[in-house]
Ligand binder design. Structure first.
Ligand SMILES: [Zn+2]
Length: 131
C-alpha cells in the first residue's frame, strides 16, 4: 500500500463529509428519541385505555426494542464521527491506529470514521472469528 498522506485540502473535504453525516445522525437520533418519548407516554398514560391497547402491546414492544437498537447504533456512529472529527483537527485523521499506515482515501470515502486500515481491520475480524 502506498497511499499518500492526506493534504490539508483533503482533510477539509473529509471534514465536510463528516460534518454532514454528523448532522444527519443527530437529526435521526432526535427523531428516534422523540418517538421513544411518545411511546413511553402512551404506555404509562391513561390506565382506563390500557386494556384496549393491550392487544397491540406485543408489537409495540418489538417496535420499541428495534428503535432502541437503532438508536444505540446511531449514537455509536455519532460517537465515531465525533472522534473522526477530532482526529481531523489534530491531524491524525486517515492514519491507522494499529499500524500507523495511511488508511487510504477510498476506504475513508466508504467509511469516513474508519480508524484502522483494511489490513488491520480484516486481521482484527479474523481474530474475533477464532474466538
Ligand atoms: Zn493498519
Amino acid at each position: 500500500m502506498s497511499d499518500k498522506e492526506l493534504t490539508t485540502e483533503k482533510l477539509k473535504e473529509f471534514e465536510q463529509i463528516i460534518l454532514k453525516e454528523r448532522q444527519a445522525s443527530e437529526e435521526l437520533i432526535r427523531e428516534l428519541d422523540e418517538l421513544q418519548k411518545h411511546s413511553l407516554k402512551d404506555s404509562s398514560g391513561d390506565l382506563s385505555s390500557y386494556s384496549l391497547h393491550q392487544a397491540d402491546l406485543g408489537t409495540d414492544t418489538i417496535y420499541a426494542e428495534k428503535r432502541v437498537y437503532y438508536l444505540n447504533g446511531e449514537i455509536e456512529k455519532l460517537r465515531k464521527l465525533n472522534l473522526a472529527l477530532k482526529r481531523i483537527y489534530d491531524k491524525s485523521y486517515g492514519v491507522c491506529e494499529i499500524c500507523g499506515k495511511q488508511i487510504g482515501e477510498k476506504r475513508l470515502h466508504a467509511i469516513p470514521y474508519a480508524r484502522y486500515c483494511i489490513e488491520c481491520k480484516s486481521a482484527d475480524e479474523k481474530k474475533k472469528k477464532k474466538h
